[in-house]
Design a protein around this ligand. Structure first.
Ligand code: UDP
Ligand code: MG
Length: 321
């Protein structure tokens, strides 16, 4: 395909979110810096320290002696989605690469990303070929979640795609315009649209350290995703209510007729208890779902910033990088 863009004249911003990565961050940034020399693009590296509790920040500062990196440091842990949001807001490139610091996203597929971007794609995302070190239960849950998500929301999240992405400035600008505080990035990438292309890569095992995701964080993220992109869980209750009411009406009519014809008999207590419990359960569930939405509306209307920066290093032009 003919190239629509040329890499030489464009600045690439590499956005790296880090949280407690003291074991890998040095190796990773050296590898990234070395690799970026061969990509043929002027590059800036922007590291977002998501308030690591270990020595990551000190290491980052020390690394600036060898590698020109810019550092944003959060005042507390806001989560990867917020770190990426900050990275996209602060990066200056014509194109931005989002990459994890733990070597799970292989640097050697980045040239393919850049190639696709030169061909004219505005967003190029990595598609995991195998979910390497993940447990079958996690894989099944993610699979089920994405199927559900794509069914009940107007947008489609590509299967097995994550945050390993190259975004043209157009996409970055569009993402930066989205005002919501609940940053479900995978949904936002799909929501903004643009010409996109997936490129397969084999996910690598973590080089060192630990994944900071646990089951509850994933459930929370899944709920954020669903509530941010679908109102079906809210609206389904009127239909459920209508069906149950219809059923109750039909059954009620049946009892009236039966009593008129055959006379009153002993009432069914078991049926009564089951019906009460069933309805109680349904009502609590629907109130709970209302609560999920309301708590998120509450978070949005508070208008708090998505993240707070406590330290910003390397952005000052006069500073010697
Ligand atoms: N990360 C972050 N803030 C967090 C958790 C993770 O910035 O609260 C970073 C982390 O340092 C890594 C990337 O996000 O660069 C992916 O995190 P992790 O490897 O823990 O997640 P997984 O690969 O298991 O999805
Ligand atoms: Mg990882």
């Amino acid at each position: 395909m003919p190239h629509l863009r040329s890499r030489q004249q464009h600045l690439l911003s590499v956005v790296v979110p880090v949280y407690n990565e003291e074991d890998v961050i040095g190796d990773f940034l050296h590898a990234l810096h070395a690799a970026s020399q061969s990509w043929g693009m002027p590059t800036e590296i922007l590291v977002i320290n998501d308030a690591s509790r270990d020595t990551t920040l000190a290491r980052l500062k020390a690394l600036r002696q060898d590698i020109p990196i810019k550092i944003l440091s959060f005042s507390r842990n806001f989560g990867k989605e917020c770190a990426l949001t900050a990275g996209l807001e602060y990066c200056q490139g014509d194109v931005a690469l989002l990459i994890d610091a733990d070597f799970q996203h292989p640097l050697d597929v980045v040239p393919q990303f850049i190639e696709a971007w030169e061909e004219g794609y505005d967003m190029v995302y990595g598609v995991r070929q195998s979910r390497g070190d993940e447990k079958p239960i996690k894989r099944w849950l993610t699979h089920t979640f994405y199927r559900l998500f794509n069914k009940i929301t107007p947008i489609d999240i590509p299967k097995n795609a994550g945050d390993f992405r190259l975004l043209d400035k157009k996409v970055v600008t569009a993402l930066n315009q989205l005002p919501e505080r609940a940053r479900y990035m995978k949904g936002l990438y799909a929501w903004v649209g643009f010409q996109s292309k997936g490129i397969y890569f084999t996910v690598q095992p973590r080089a060192a350290g630990q994944s900071s995701w646990n089951f509850f964080r994933l459930i929370e993220l899944a709920l954020t995703g669903i509530t941010a992109f679908s109102d079906l869980p809210l609206r389904v209750w009127s239909i459920v209510g209508a069906i149950i009411s219809l059923f109750a009406f039909v059954y009620g009519s049946f009892i009236v007729i039966k009593t008129l014809v055959a006379g009153a008999d002993f009432p069914g207590f078991a049926t009564l208890i089951v019906a009460i419990m069933f309805l109680g359960g349904i009502q609590l569930l629907s109130v709970g779902i209302l609560g999920e939405y309301i708590s998120r509306i509450f978070n949005e209307v508070k208008q708090r910033p998505t993240y707070i920066i406590s330290e910003q290093i390397g952005f000052d032009k006069s500073e010697d990088l």
